[in-house]
Design a protein around this ligand. Structure first.
Ligand code: NCD
Length: 314
């Protein structure tokens, strides 16, 4: 049975990981565990509707949200910038207002930083940020932290490297905000041109032990988690710059050989050339597991937002 903690998610938007406490994560992890065990009837959102609005491409996030909603008995409406009246010039504000008339909770992915916060201010229903520009991707962090906790049995005390595009990768920022609730050592490994945006993490710098470097090799032997990210080609103003940094870090067999026995490799996906397919069968590779957990962490979040005590006694 889920120990009853006050449900801080009920009817609340989730636009930034900065708004989540360690207790919030623990509640989500607890509910997710129960959902994975599936030893109860979780049709707690029957008759409720999720409205998905995706103005950028998505495979995992959108479909795991749909799959999560159906797992807890609800249904989904979905639109995109291509399919909606955005094509005719309708504003984001009007799109949000309309879809919130037909839904109980909305999920928004949009290329602009601040888009989710803006949507949450005009929507009459809770908004979940499914990716806002280069700013944040909170539900990815919930699944990332859940995966780390599940696969390494803890988060405190870990040595975690975040590798790749730290400038434009929004999952990186949300993950750092989430990790700042834990006692971890973080190595930020990137090409010089893709270093972390210092101003976006100024307030959590003191909470985390951070080291910035271009050299993964200097730390690889000692890491518990290697969180690999894709170079975000679509966010480069100058495509020449992209070709200069493409392929900077490739987690191939020569890297795998240097890893600690129980270390894990994560990636929010999609991957390009940063993890070759032959690594998928390595015992360190947990990125598909991570993608699978995304369905259950999102079901936990949706259920908590839509029902005050739906998971109680389950
Ligand atoms: C990520 C995103 O959209 O930020 N994808 C995802 O949701 N798993 C990562 C990426 O696109 O590189």
């Amino acid at each position: 049975m889920i120990k009853m903690i006050y449900n801080t998610f009920f009817q609340r938007s989730l636009t930034s990981v900065r708004d989540l406490t360690r207790q919030d994560f623990e509640l989500l992890f607890d509910v997710t565990d129960k959902l994975i065990q599936h030893n109860s009837n979780y049709n707690i959102c029957s008759g409720k509707t999720l409205g998905c609005i995706f103005f950028e491409p998505s495979t995992r996030t959108r479909l795991s949200f749909e799959s999560a909603m159906s797992y807890i008995g609800g249904n989904t409406l979905a639109t995109s910038n291509i399919l909606s009246s955005t094509q005719k010039g309708e504003s984001l504000a009007d799109t949000i207002k309309i879809i919130s008339l037909y839904s109980d909770v909305l999920v928004l992915r949009h290329p602009l930083d601040g888009s989710s916060k803006f949507a949450s201010e005009i929507s009459t229903k809770p908004i979940i940020n499914a990716g806002s520009g280069t700013e944040e991707h909170p539900t990815q962090t919930i699944q990332d932290l859940y995966t780390i906790n599940k696969e390494t049995k803890k988060i405190d005390g870990l040595k975690i490297a975040i590798v790749g595009d730290l400038k434009y990768g929004r999952t990186v920022y949300s993950l750092l905000y989430g990790l700042s609730s834990y006692d971890v050592t973080v190595y930020l490994i990137s090409p010089e041109a893709l270093r972390i945006r210092s101003d976006s993490i100024y307030d959590i710098k003191k909470k985390l032990q951070l080291t910035e470097s271009t050299e993964l090799n200097d730390y690889i032997h000692d890491l518990d988690v290697i969180y690999v990210t894709r170079i975000q080609k679509e966010r480069f103003q100058d495509k020449e710059e992209y070709f200069k940094v493409r392929g900077s870090y490739v987690i191939d067999n020569s890297v795998i050989k240097k890893l600690k026995k129980n270390s894990i490799i994560l990636h929010p996906l999609p991957r390009l050339d940063e993890i070759p397919n032959n690594i998928d069968t390595s015992k360190h590779a947990k990125y598909f597991k991570q993608a699978e957990y995304g369905k259950y962490t999102r079901a936990a979040l949706l259920g908590l937002i839509l029902t005050k005590n739906g998971f109680e006694h389950k």
